[in-house]
Design a protein around this ligand. Sequence first.
Ligand code: BGC
Length: 502
Amino acid sequence: MLQEDNAQREGKIYGGKVTPLVLVICLVAATGGLIFGYDVGVTAAGSTSSNEFLRKFFPSVYIKMKCEMDDEDGYCRFDSQMLTLFTSSIYMAAMVAPFFASSVTTAYGRKTSMILGGLVFFVGSFLGSAAMNIEMLIIGRLLLGVGVGFGNQSVPVYLSEMAPTMLRGALNIFFQMAITIGILVSSLVHYSTANLEGDLGWRFPLGFAAILGLIMALGSLLLPDTPNSLLTKGQNGKAKELLQKIRGTEEVDEEFQDLFKASEAAKKVENPWKNITQRRHRPQLVLCILIPFFQQLTGINVVMFYAPVLFKTLGFGDRAALMSAVLTGIVNVLATLVAILLVDKLGRRFLFFQGAIQMIICQTTVAVMIGLRYGSTGEGFFTTTEANMALFLICAYVAAFAWSWGPLGWLVPSEICPLEIRSVGQAINVSLNMTLTFAINQSFLSMLCYMKFGLFFFFVLFQIMMTIFIYFFVPETRGVPIEDMNRVWKAHWFWQDFVRDY
Ligand code: BGC
């Protein structure tokens, strides 16, 4: 590990500073995270959908839900595959879309993908909120997924390419910040409209999403493309000018040369998909697969999607359960700020470790508490003190995710790939992230029903595995220029063998 630290210190330091222009550009670009966050919130609301909505589109689910409220087993009360399949159809579309987005992002630039993502999301929200039948509703939902697939594929890469090296972590995490704000806004909109009379209770929240799609599309329209994208398109003069502007200095030659070399190498690559499977790209490929896998197996979306259901099962009343879900949403936003402040000072590895250990402690304690009180029947109760303690532990777990695996799951894959495979690397990351999100949303309620409180230990097991994985296989990338990342692998005890000759 010492070897890696030395490699980092000996690395290049480009000239330039953090300009107000680059801050504004990154803030606007990060709004692309809002649409993903809003969808996570929509999924959460799916588990507590308005009666009106269920009666109209899912009458059988509605009847089943009403009848099953008195089911014997407390762990199985809310299991309803049909409705979850519908809500998670967003993620099905978002699994596939990044593969198309990666071609658009490579050929036409990151900006084009972002505009497209925002527009498709806008149309999807519009269709969904105006839905007269289930077909319109489903097409709308699939379009939302396509929008998210395009956005998540292009925005993190855009941010990592625009940001100056010393602040790349913080500026990239603006994206996660927007995700958490999207989730919070979504839960507030859903909960405050749930009691509206008639259709408005579900049409309004779906329609509200259109505003976020519009913000993303219009915002991206105003943004410049990244210097890397401009070089790829052969606009070298424009790329250099932009680099000088965003770095606030004329002295950008060294950085520009590195970007130029990277873009020349990228132009020679005929098939980036074949390229990423080459031995020399093994570290990037493995990380782009395992990071989203582990990010989702922290179990975060169990809390994000099912917090109200979870809190209800733990004995909170309806309102208190909803309020607790809003509380976790607020903690999520605030804790992301911690990541922004620390990621370029303490590094990625520190946050990965600290966050995981906190998650392990919190989730294990909650699992033991539930096991002791609810046993294997799911029948039992928490005293008020115990319920508050569980709430506190769940908030501490969310905070830990929010300053570690949440933002780093988007930051690290977007900064480790050389230009020639950056778009496809990110496509793999997004697609796997969405696949796992889909699988967890789809199976959580059944898993809870079968594994009972043991389900929480299942996630703890993965948290332990991911911490070992980070320790041995993920080197520190803080302060390393994005086009100079190869030396990090060259200094790594395991990966150096793969990249030795490059
Ligand atoms: C994850 C989402 C999660 C969100 C919570 C993101 O980084 O990819 O699955 O819902 O964080 O804030």
